[in-house]
Design a binder for this molecule. Structure first.
Ligand SMILES: [Zn+2]
Length: 452
């Protein structure tokens, strides 16, 4: 059974792909690839209300019309029309915090970082409507080849952005984690920072990543001074810096130093007004990664989500089996800090609500990829946790569409507007009624290519 067709229960897949090549149409073969999605309700990601009776025209992968059916241009010969009556089109999900390529099952190691393994993970993201994934500091140079190929044409799977190699201190977290030694740069002085940031920047990453955490005192944490040097050096190369943070006080100092984003939530205490004001003044983004917290405790006991059909039809079976082995479960069950992790999640959720209400920019991200964090599936769970925190479905949609594209400076991604790539998800139910409806995926397109 072809796993990629599992979401196409409604027959849309057949409709689109069969109509793709009109018989005997030599002339059309050389002309534009035009796809017309009709009679849908448009949720364009800009914050505008859902618009029923809409049409989207996709020409060579880009949106050339999105609006009321009455205003749509006449269909050119050879255009492929798809009737989406009763369906909802939303922008593809942009995940601002992922890790690509270095996990097999529940084992993490850079020797796994092959094109095949990377494509397998991108395929999982794509099936779940995650059309862009930003890999945060654990890549090999292969990522730059894949990104180059994608940007030269019309990708047929999830787009990649990358921080290249991230930064930590000497023997700092996460270089001490299984399979992570040698993955980040470990820096101890400014000269090393200068040299290593320059080496990474020469490969043209999309941003820079720092890990600033001691894992509840278990690990060595990079100094704020070295972080400042990284932020400043990266800026000289035109790069923003996002940081893995845990502690409130690190977040405050890093924001003050010009950090672009908190790549996780503050989890040790409630965010105070000083931090809120600083994040607003400095334009520091918050990427909550609430499902990352879930992954720290959910495997200690059998959990119902592992029987969820939405997981089982799209996730890697080896990973699903792996998280249910005694070895994996016991590691969590025996963690002396286990009871703290659900509390960190609650703190992260209330901080998210407070930051969002205060006008701090919220981007969408999950930290999927590492063992126990299911690429694609967790993104939908993340949205539920954001809703549980008190964000509206519209805020959540904007965090993974217009907001995420703004974060990336990607002017051709993020919303379903003219001039953008047709990276979109067609749903059976309205996500603005209930964010859980993002699970009703019927069609995913990346650059106008059907991917599921
Ligand atoms: Zn991460």
């Amino acid at each position: 059974m072809n796993r990629t067709s599992l979401f196409a229960a409604c027959g849309l897949a057949a409709l689109v792909s069969c109509a793709n090549e009109p018989a005997g149409a030599k002339k059309e073969a050389a002309s534009a690839d035009v796809k017309i999605l009709e009679n849908l309700t448009l949720i364009d990601g800009t914050g505008k209300p859902a618009a029923p009776g809409s049409t989207i025209v996709v020409t060579d992968g880009k949106i050339t019309y999105a609006g009321p059916a009455a205003g749509a241009p006449a269909a050119p010969a050879g255009a492929v029309r798809t009737d989406l009556a009763g369906k909802f089109a939303m922008p593809g999900i942009i995940n601002l915090h992922a890790h690509l390529g270095n996990v097999k099952g529940v084992k993490q190691d850079q020797t796994f970082y092959t094109r095949e393994n990377l494509m397998k993970q991108l395929g999982a993201f794509a099936r779940y409507g995650v059309t862009t994934a930003v890999s945060m500091g654990s890549d090999t140079d292969l990522i730059f080849d894949v990104r180059k190929e994608q940007r030269a044409g019309r990708p047929t799977t999830t787009r990649v952005f990358t921080a290249g190699r991230g930064f930590t201190g000497a023997q700092g977290y996460p270089s001490t984690m299984p399979g992570m030694k040698g993955v980040p740069y470990e820096v101890t002085k400014n000269e090393e920072v200068e040299k290593d940031v320059a080496e990474n920047a020469a490969k043209k990453p999309d941003l820079t990543k720092i890990w600033v955490d001691d894992h509840l005192g278990k690990e060595k944490k990079i100094s704020i001074e070295l972080c400042k040097a990284i932020i400043d050096n990266a800026r000289k190369h035109g790069l923003n810096t996002a940081a893995h943070i845990f502690y409130h006080d690190d977040a405050l100092k890093l924001s003050e130093a010009g950090l672009y984003a908190f790549a996780h939530s503050v989890r040790d205490k409630p965010v105070n007004q000083e931090l809120i004001d600083m994040a607003k003044k400095k334009g520091t983004w918050q990427i909550p990664t609430l499902t990352r917290e879930i992954s720290t405790f959910v495997y200690a006991k059998p959990h119902a989500f592992l029987k969820d059909e939405f997981l089982l039809r799209g996730a890697d079976p080896e990973a699903v089996a792996g998280v249910q082995t005694p070895e994996f479960m016991n590691r969590q069950a025996n963690d002396k800090n286990l009871a703290k992790y659900p509390v960190f999640l609650k703190t992260a959720q209330s901080n998210l609500k407070k930051l969002a209400d205060s006008g701090v920019k919220i981007g969408f991200g999950t930290d999927t990829g590492p063992p126990g964090r299911f690429s694609g599936y967790f993104e939908h769970w993340e949205m539920e946790l954001m809703a549980e925190a008190g964000l509206t479905p519209m805020q959540i949609v904007q965090s993974f569409s217009a907001g995420a594209a703004e974060y990336l400076g990607a002017t051709d991604l993020g919303t379903l507007e003219v001039g953008k790539w047709a990276d979109l998800v067609v749903l059976g139910k309205n996500p603005l009624d209930d964010i859980k409806n993002t699970r009703t995926i019927e069609l995913v397109m990346i650059a106008g290519n059907k991917v599921n």
